[in-house]
Design a protein around this ligand. Structure first.
Ligand code: NDP
Length: 411
């Protein structure tokens, strides 16, 4: 492993002076209709001469996908849900933009030559298309968490084999990337990811039991998709991010931590052996880390509101209360357990969050379902090594089935 913080060439740190992308940049956006997709295309729309949009994808939001495809002159627009094909084709008629639908079409779109792919499909559904993008051996701007959470070593194996360049989009990992630039591995003591604490940061545990979806969906600082917003309220999002950080940066599980920072201004803190701490500050607007991932190592102007630290006044930090928010601890335990445990944790969490959003599960039961699913998987001997994407998909499917069973079984 490299002396420097370059996870086996996945992230090419230290190339600060070198332009790695051609201009115009051929760009594909997987999950174009989502929150990350929209922020990405907002930046593209501000400098259209710098981008040539190859493929835009969505699951079923045909109207928005067609509008974005026409606006950005995409070559092809793809919906995952095949039932939406006719509608997409009709909305694109006369535009010269190809329409396609289905899982294979998503993978084909991700395989079309592009200099950079923004991987922003939510959930395990993003695995196959993002793997396909990585196999191109070009740049992957990674927002989708599951490629690292569920498929960490397998995904990084693909990235290394193809020579792809992996740039994190998550604000915390983008911050870590910047705070680690030029660092030697042995000089880094700890990486601490910050968490806003979500809307329930100050709620007592008794009140949490009755938390409703509409309350959990009100994030105090960030505007994001529904799944990640609920994960932010349970703090499972921070757990998933700890797993991602473990794969992105060569540190041990015990060198990774999370801290509550309600203002969401400092995104990550890297502690060095000489007592120095280097962090990155930025507004709670994903366009800042997205711009860096698209343009790395170059920085380009973004329209985000500038930080006014005097107006903000104070930056505060608190420990994570593990009794109310067990997510980060469970994620670290799954990472220590290894093999497919993180994939099962992630699958159980996806099922539990969906059940909470549809009114079929209480807020604090989300973490309980994840915990009981992992216990059940252990008891049934289902925790095993993952070597291929198929192993990961099997673990994902087993985790989902077990989680559904756990939800249906009274306890
Ligand atoms: P959204 O829910 O806003 O968007 C998800 C996108 O994925 C949409 O384009 C959606 O299409 C598409 N999609 C949903 N299901 C499928 C499927 N089964 N197959 C193919 N495409 C699908 O999510 P976000 O933009 O918030 O997040 C995207 C990813 O980035 C997530 O993994 C999230 O954890 C991560 N992330 C997000 C951040 C944020 O600030 N939002 C920050 C850091 C990471 P449609 O609109 O048609 O449903």
């Amino acid at each position: 492993m490299s002396r420097h913080f370059t996870r086996a060439a996945a992230i090419k740190l230290g190339d600060m002076g070198e332009r790695t992308l051609s201009s115009p940049q051929r760009l594909t956006v997987l999950g174009a209709t989502g929150s990350i997709g929209e922020s990405t295309l907002d930046l593209v729309g501000r400098e259209p001469e710098r981008f040539e949009v190859v493929a835009l994808t969505a699951q079923s939001n045909v109207e928005k996908l067609a509008r974005l495809a026409i606006l950005h002159k995409a070559q092809v627009a793809v919906v995952g849900d095949e039932r939406c094909y006719a509608e997409l084709k009709s909305q694109l008629s006369g535009s010269g933009i190809e329409a396609a639908a289905g899982e294979d079409a998503l993978i084909d779109a991700a395989s079309r030559p592009a200099d950079c792919t923004m991987a922003a499909i939510v959930g395990a559904a993003g695995l196959k298309p993002t793997f396909a993008a990585a196999r191109q051996g070009r740049r992957v701007a990674l927002a989708n968490k599951e490629c690292l959470v569920s498929a960490g070593d397998v995904f990084l194996g693909e990235v290394r084999a193809s020579g792809a360049e992996l740039l994190p989009v998550d604000s915390e990992h983008s911050a870590a990337l910047q705070s680690l630039a030029g660092a030697e591995r042995v000089a880094v003591e700890r990486i601490v990811l910050t968490a806003s604490g979500g809307p329930f940061r100050c709620w007592p545990i008794e009140r949490l039991k009755n938390a409703r979806p509409e309350e959990a969906l009100k994030h105090p600082n960030w505007a994001m998709g529904a799944k990640i917003t609920i994960d932010s309220a349970t703090l499972m999002n921070k757990g998933l991010e700890l797993i991602e950080a473990y794969h992105l940066f060569p540190v041990g599980v015990d060198q990774l931590d999370a801290v509550i920072h309600p203002q969401s201004v400092v995104h990550c803190l890297v502690h060095y052996i000489d007592g120095s701490v280097i962090g990155q500050l930025g507004p709670p607007d994903m366009r800042t880390p997205i711009a860096l991932a698209l343009n790395w190592p170059e920085r380009r102007a973004t329209p985000t509101a500038r930080l006014d630290l005097i107006k903000i006044g104070s930056l505060t930090f608190e420990p994570v209360d593990a009794a109310r928010f067990p997510g980060p601890g469970m994620a670290k335990a799954a990472l220590r357990r290894g093999g497919n445990a993180p994939a099962i944790l992630n699958a159980a969490n996806e099922i539990a969050v969906a059940a909470f959003l549809s009114g079929g599960l209480g807020f604090i039961d989300i973490a309980r379902v994840v915990e009981r699913t992992l216990e059940e998987a252990e008891a049934r001997g289902l925790i095993r090594v993952t070597e291929t994407l198929e192993d990961v998909l099997d673990a994902d499917s087993e985790g989902r089935d077990l989680a559904r069973m756990v939800i249906e079984t009274p306890h």
